[in-house]
Design a protein around this ligand. Structure first.
Ligand code: BEZ
Length: 212
C-alpha cells in the first residue's frame, strides 16, 4: 500500500522500549511524528535520537508525540539508549519501536530495496489528531535529518489549518505568511487579517502571522 498526504496512518501493534504500543490508541488526540532509523548502534542514528530527546520540550509545546522505529529488538534498543544518552548528553524518554519482524517497515514502506534490502530509510510521517498523514519526508541512511525542519513543518501545518494562509520559502514561526489565492472577499480578508497585508502581485499577498 502506498501512503500519501491525506492517507490515514495505518494502525499497528508492536513492542517498544515502553512496552506494547497500539499506535492509534497511543497517539490519542495528539499530533504524532513517526520516524524510522536504519539500525541500532549506527553513528548518524545515534545523533538523531539524541537530538529528538533534547528537543522534548519543543515537541511537547506543540502537542506532538514522537515515536522512533528501528528494526532491532527491545534488548538491543535498551543497550543502545545507554550510548545515546552518554554520547549525546540526552535523556531519551520517548519510545523506540522494536520492529524486528519489519511489520511497521513494510506497512509504512520504509524499506527501499534499491537503497538497501533490509535496512529502513530515514522516513518521517507527520500525523494529525485525526490520524491523517499530513506530510512525509524520506532521506537516505547517509543523511541525518534536520529536526528544526521537522518542528517548522509542524508549525506550518498547525498555522495553515487554523488560518487561510500558506507559509512561504524558508518561513519560520512568526514570519509573514501568504494569503491563500482562493480568498478574495475583501470583507473576509479585512476580518481575518486586521493587521493588513501587502500585495506584491495579485496572487502574492503577504500578511503578518495571524496567530500572533
Ligand atoms: C548511520 O546511522 O550512521 C548509518 C546507518 C546505516 C548506513 C549508514 C549510516
Amino acid at each position: 500500500m502506498s501512503l500519501h498526504i491525506g492517507s490515514i496512518a495505518p494502525d499497528f501493534e508492536q513492542d517498544s522500549t515502553h512496552g506494547r504500543i497500539r499506535f492509534h490508541d497511543w497517539l490519542g488526540s495528539s499530533w504524532g511524528v513517526l520516524f524510522s532509523h536504519p539500525k541500532d548502534f549506527t553513528p548518524v542514528c545515534t545523533t538523531e535520537l539524541g537530538r529528538v530527546a533534547n528537543l522534548k520540550d519543543e515537541f511537547a509545546k506543540r502537542n506532538v508525540k514522537v515515536l522512533a522505529v528501528s528494526v532491532d529488538d527491545v534488548e538491543s534498543h535498551k543497550k543502545w539508549i545507554g550510548d545515546i544518552e552518554e554520547t549525546q548528553r540526552a535523556k531519551l524518554e520517548y519510545p523506540i519501536l522494536a520492529d524486528s519482524d519489519r511489520k511497521i517497515a513494510k506497512l509504512y514502506d520504509m524499506i527501499h530495496p534499491e537503497a538497501n534490502d533490509t535496512l529502513t530509510v530515514r522516513s518521517v510521517f507527520f500525523i494529525d489528531p485525526n490520524k491523517k498523514i499530513r506530510a512525509l519526508i524520506t532521506y537516505p541512511a547517509s543523511t541525518g535529518r534536520n529536526f528544526q525542519e521537522i518542528l517548522r513543518v509542524i508549525d506550518s501545518l498547525k498555522l495553515t489549518d487554523e488560518h487561510k494562509v500558506a507559509t512561504p520559502a524558508d518561513w519560520k514561526h512568526g514570519d509573514d505568511v501568504v494569503i491563500v489565492p482562493a480568498l478574495q472577499d475583501p470583507e473576509e480578508i479585512k476580518r481575518r487579517f486586521p493587521k493588513g497585508y501587502r500585495t506584491e502581485r495579485p496572487y502574492l499577498r503577504l500578511t503578518p502571522d495571524p496567530s500572533k
